[in-house]
Design a protein around this ligand. Structure first.
Ligand code: WT7
Length: 650
């Protein structure tokens, strides 16, 4: 193993045409803060506009006069920027490499020229189905080339896409379709994951039968596995049939920069998932610019982000950023452990991947299988590694660096959120020597600050709640259908500032370390799950009186889910009921929300005003009863004792 260092600069000779050096970073960062209009005005020129924006920024984060607008008089079409624009020079360049679930099935390479035709055909077909500017289209697809095609086709005709992760249940799918009033759903017969089929179309059928899901007029179905499904006459249409006779050209809709591009649901600390809304001009500018700078993009790169298109990482850094930059992006249908845990590394060799971007949870899981699966592949094509989704522990970071990257590839640890559209803090590879586990420095235009519980700024080294001053073009604009919730959620705790929900430490060098969520959001394998969602799923069950969910540290997943359940009077706890309740949550939300532990709670610890004391439940779940602290404010301190005794000991 190589030497253990606390700082890792890029190796000598790393720099390429787009590499940002330390001096450039310092100069550009200062410029971006001193004169954001000039800075972001220049950056926007990287896109192709029908009408170039002259008004760059109009932002007021005070709840009374709230507005966030970027490039408001600009006009563009996002699909034109991601496809048409490249036809002149890159028509025969590979836009997308598709690696199927089964490594022995043929991979696909789609050029920008072919992508153009496929996007136009689907866009025309959607228009014929009555989809127009501003209509919502829910996309529930596996990781296939057509997932990117579907997003771009929506963007072409000004429809607002809403991707729902293929792992979500019919209930979660229905919640999202209902909330955004989707006119059309695009899905596939089935998905494939580690050889197992995922019943996507059947899930759509089930979702559309649930109460108050009435907006959907048509379902477009991609034939993927060829599995048996039911097609409902008048409503369901095969993708290949509706596109067959459509021309391979489609007049794009001329969109205002502030017109919505997509809605993506994400969990918060309270209530139902929020429909995070992103707009066209600012989002694309930010996704494309960050993608180029953070990954130090070069024309010949093969870039692979292993996220799913159902999450924001898939939107910004599989589809929009890379395609806006004319890059070659890999879409991977499978999972890291199938057929075995060398899959990532052999796929890197197979497609000569040069930039690889994945999640800490995947690294930790693969690390457990040792170096041998990694050494099965040469990984010579790699030059840059990235992580996203949760804090990475230094041990996993070093394994990624030493074993996967052979000690020669910088790691970009990218901190951001669904709400932020793109990366906000990162060690830019040519500018900032990385420290294992640190997000390090703000990207251009980003002004982080730490505040304490009283809202006072923390200066110098210290730890607190992470807020952001000012705005950046990729910032979300609203919660779909509930603008007040947007303001209340993010701008009320510290008026005039965006509250991230994350805790953060600034070290003596001024570098930032994200410590994790400080709100009631559990980050399981890089996926956000709200405790409120878990609790409302549990109390839907006829035998449950009350429930509380908390996170606990998990070696592989980062955080696991620990739930406490109080049964209704007369109901008796049993192993069978425990399994039933776990399955109930899984069915209601999806497999990612499966509780790891379910503890029976005769009662929950509450304050005298009836508020559940999660701090206490967290300590019990962490198996750290000695750290319970002061429990004297509880209405009935004795409930804690029995919970401590009955806890799961790991
Ligand atoms: C939350 C956002 C960003 C796309 C994927 C997740 C955590 C994300 C990092 C990182 C430490 C991270 C934060 C954040 N997070 N990236 N590099 N280091 N924590 O998007 O589902 O919106 O979750 O993920 O807690 O708030 P998301």
């Amino acid at each position: 193993m190589t030497e253990v260092l606390d700082r890792y600069p890029a190796p000598a000779g790393f720099a390429g045409p787009n590499t940002i050096t330390e001096a450039e970073y310092n100069r550009l960062y200062k410029e971006s803060i001193d004169d954001p209009d000039a800075f972001w005005g220049k950056v926007a020129k990287r896109l192709q506009w029908y009408k170039e924006p002259t008004k760059i920024r109009d932002v007021d984060l005070n709840p009374d006069n709230f507005k966030i607008k970027w490039y408001e008089d600009g006009e563009l079409n996002v699909s034109v920027n991601c496809v048409d624009r490249h036809l002149e020079k890159r028509a025969d360049k590979t836009a997308i490499i598709w690696e199927p679930d089964d490594p022995n099935a043929p991979a696909q390479r789609v050029t920008y020229g072919e992508l153009y035709t496929r996007v136009c055909k689907l866009a025309n077909a959607l228009r014929k189905l009555g989809v127009g500017k501003g209509d919502r289209v829910t996309v529930y697809l596996p990781m296939v080339v057509d997932a990117a095609v579907a997003l771009l086709a929506c963007a072409r005709i000004g429809a607002i896409h809403n991707v729902v992760f293929g792992g979500f249940s019919p209930t979660s799918l229905a919640d999202r379709v209902r909330d955004c009033d989707a006119k059309v759903v695009i899905t596939a017969d089935e998905g494939l994951r580690s050889g197992r089929r995922v019943a996507l179309k059947a899930n759509v059928d089930a979702a559309l039968q649930l109460p108050d899901v009435t907006s959907v007029e048509a379902v477009v179905v991609l034939r993927h596995t060829g599995g048996d499904i039911e097609m409902q006459a008048g409503r369901d249409h095969w993708w290949h049939e509706v596109t067959a006779n459509e021309p391979g050209e489609c007049e794009p809709e001329r969109m205002n920069a502030e017109d919505p591009l997509f809605i993506l649901y994400t969990s918060g600390s309270t209530g139902k998932p929020k429909g995070v809304l992103h707009t066209s001009g600012g989002y694309l500018t930010y996704a494309s610019y960050t993608h180029e700078c953070v990954f130090d993009l070069r024309e010949e790169d093969v870039y692979w982000c292993t996220a799913d298109i159902g999450w924001v990482t898939g939107h910004s850094y599989i589809v929009y950023g890379p395609l806006a930059n004319g890059a070659t992006t890999v879409i991977f249908e499978g999972v890291p452990s199938y057929p075995d845990s060398s899959r990532f590394w052999t796929t890197i060799d197979k497609h000569q991947v040069s930039i690889f971007y994945t999640a800490p949870t995947a690294i930790r899981a693969l690390m457990r299988d040792g170096e041998e699966p990694v050494k099965k592949a040469s990984r010579k094509s790699l030059r840059l590694l990235g992580t996203v989704g949760e804090p990475i522990n230094p041990e996993a970071w070093r394994w990624y660096y030493d074993v996967v990257g052979d000690g020669r590839c910088p790691i970009v640890d990218t901190w951001w959120q669904t709400e932020t559209g793109g990366c906000l803090m990162v060690p830019l590879p040519g500018a900032t020597a990385a420290k294992p586990g640190a997000a390090m420095k703000p990207f251009f235009g980003v002004e982080p600050a730490l505040v304490d519980a009283n809202g006072e700024f923390i200066q110098g080294a210290g730890e607190g709640n992470l807020v952001l001053l000012g705005s950046w073009p990729g910032q979300m604009r609203t919660v779909y259908g509930d603008h007040q919730r947007f303001i209340d959620t993010y701008f009320k705790a510290y008026p005039g500032m965006y509250f991230t929900g994350d805790g953060c430490r600034r070290d003596a060098d001024g570098d930032y370390w994200i410590t994790g969520r400080v709100d009631d959001v559990i980050n399981v394998s890089g996926h956000r799950i709200g405790t409120a969602e878990l609790e409302s799923a549990l109390v839907l069950h006829a035998k449950v009186a009350e429930a509380a969910a908390v996170g606990f540290n998990h070696d592989v997943k980062g955080q696991g889910i620990y739930v406490y359940v109080t049964l209704k009077a007369g109901e008796v706890p049993s192993e069978e009921l425990r399994k039933e309740l776990v399955a109930h949550v899984r069915q209601n939300i999806g497999p990612i929300a499966t509780p790891d532990y379910l503890q029976w709670a005769p009662a929950l610890p509450k304050t005298r005003s009836g508020k559940i004391m999660r701090r206490i439940l967290r300590k019990i779940a962490e198996n750290a009863p000695e750290q319970l602290g002061d429990i004297s404010t509880l209405a009935d301190p004795s409930v804690v004792e029995s919970l401590v005794q009955e806890r799961f000991i790991r």
